[in-house]
Design a protein around this ligand. Structure first.
Ligand SMILES: NCCCC[C@H](N)C(=O)NCC(=O)O
Length: 447
């Protein structure tokens, strides 16, 4: 709680604000790195530990199950402890989770590690959003969110790139996970530095107050409009397609397309790299011209054929990619084009979809609306990796039977068609009398 004297204090200096953004974003960097550190070792887990694809699917789903449980209480805990304690505690949980995942060759232990990661990582993301709202409200909030997401996604990129810069570690499944544990240490250190900064700021600067931020409230669920539910439905199917695809992508590129691990990691990294560059640009563009529902429908349309192109189209000529200090790769042109386009869609849809909620939902219920959307997101994202794992096992997918990966690709395509349907329904609704101006409000004509 803030007393009246807080309002008399000067606002934090820009330097102080950007330092807070940097440390909170570094905490997110570690969080994303640990999550994605598992995907470059899928083949090693199968070869050295005898895991099935479905067990790999469970390692992904365990994260979401924990996130679903903790998201119910996450907002309450952040309010009760304050963001300083909450971020540090959640970063420590992520560190412990990384340690448990790396520790034992036992599947159940690894599952427990991924479950713990879900307990720490998703509320850390919510707490980071709260910090940004507190420090940047009325300033460069959207830009700060963009930077924060880009630094977080650098964590995903670094995990993919570790197949190049840390290639000697990939002789066994465990060493890359120890590296992830070390990166988790960066996350905890950044959280502690943020704590110190905010503590020093108290009594010196007046910070904004964030009320009812990100609290999940099921009451009043029925009063959200049809447009809100179409956005939520798109969010569910979109992330349930892209995140599971990323989880299995490196292994898929190795087994079905014959790439080595380094090349597969570099290829997979194009998706987050494209997102780092293009997400803020799409955000700026859509703010200028509106057409949000149309952009979401266009993104969904572009997504639709990509998994079938990867499966059925000729691989095309080989092309070289070189990333200074990281490594180089020679990959088929078709794969390169598909992953680049997927990266553009992975920038476009999130850049438009998340801010669109603010136009559809009353400001007082925005926190609740976002929390509900994230909750639903986790449900779809929990189910699909398990199903992909089941399909890959059932159809005996592997280098000697690459057709075994095809049912999974059809599942992604089915999800993408649902995304196209929901985004079309959203666009139609927004054209009619119950629209919220998603396609018409721009930075020029908004009040
Ligand atoms: N390893 C990434 C997990 C991010 C989950 C988070 N709930 C989310 O959806 N963030 C938005 C994004 O587009 O990354």
């Amino acid at each position: 709680m803030h007393d009246a004297s807080w309002r008399d204090l000067p606002p934090p200096t820009p330097f102080y604000r950007w330092m807070v953004l940097l440390f909170v974003s570094l905490a997110m960097f570690g969080n994303y790195y640990i999550y994605d550190s598992l995907w470059p070792i899928v083949d090693l887990l199968r070869e050295q530990r005898g895991f099935s694809y479905q067990q790999i699917g469970w390692l992904s789903t365990a994260y979401n199950v924990a996130a679903l449980l903790v998201l119910l209480a996450g907002g309450y805990l952040i309010d009760r402890w304050g963001t300083k304690r909450a971020i540090t505690l959640f970063a420590l949980i992520c560190l412990f989770a990384a340690l448990v995942t790396a520790w034992s060759p036992n599947f159940e232990m690894m599952l427990a590690g991924r479950f713990l990661l879900g307990l720490g990582a998703e509320p850390l993301i919510v707490a980071a959003t709260t910090v940004l709202a507190k420090w940047f409200k009325g300033k460069e909030l959207s830009f700060a969110f963009g930077i924060n997401l880009s630094i977080a996604r650098l964590g995903s990129t670094a995990a993919d790139w570790s197949t190049g810069f840390a290639s000697p570690l990939y002789a066994n499944w465990q060493d890359p996970l120890w590296l992830a544990t070390a990166v988790a240490g960066i996350s905890v250190s950044a959280a502690i530095l943020y704590w110190i900064l905010e503590r020093r700021a108290e009594g010196r600067y007046g910070l904004g107050v964030v009320e009812n931020n990100e609290k999940l409230e099921f009451k009043g669920l029925y009063s959200f409009s049809a447009s809100y539910w179409y956005v939520v439905a798109l969010c569910v199917v979109f992330y349930a397609t892209v995140f599971p695809f990323r989880s299995f992508a490196i292994d898929y590129f190795q087994q079905a397309h014959g790439l080595d691990r380094e090349a597969a990691g570099i290829l997979s990294s194009i998706l987050p790299v494209a997102a780092i560059i293009a997400t803020p640009l799409f955000g700026l563009w859509v703010d200028r011209i509106g057409k949000r529902a149309l952009f979401m429908a266009a993104g969904s349309l572009v997504l639709l054929p990509l998994f079938l192109i990867v499966t059925y189209a000729p691989a095309g000529p080989l092309v070289g990619i070189s990333i200074p200090f990281i490594g180089s790769a020679v990959v088929p042109l078709t794969l390169l084009l598909v992953i680049t386009v997927l990266g553009i869609v992975f920038s476009l849809i999130p850049a438009v979809m998340w801010p669109s909620v603010a136009y559809i939902v009353d400001g007082r219920r925005l926190g609740s609306a976002y929390a509900l959307m994230t909750f639903c997101q986790q449900i779809g994202w929990a189910i699909v990796p398990l199903t992909i794992g089941f399909l890959n096992d059932k159809f005996m997918a592997g280098p000697d039977n690459i057709g075994g990966y095809t049912p999974g690709m059809w599942l992604y395509t089915g999800m993408a068609s649902l995304g196209l349907y929901f985004s079309y329904k959203l666009w139609r609704t927004e054209q009619g009398p119950h629209g919220h101006g998603l396609d018409t409000i721009t930075s020029k004509n908004s009040a």
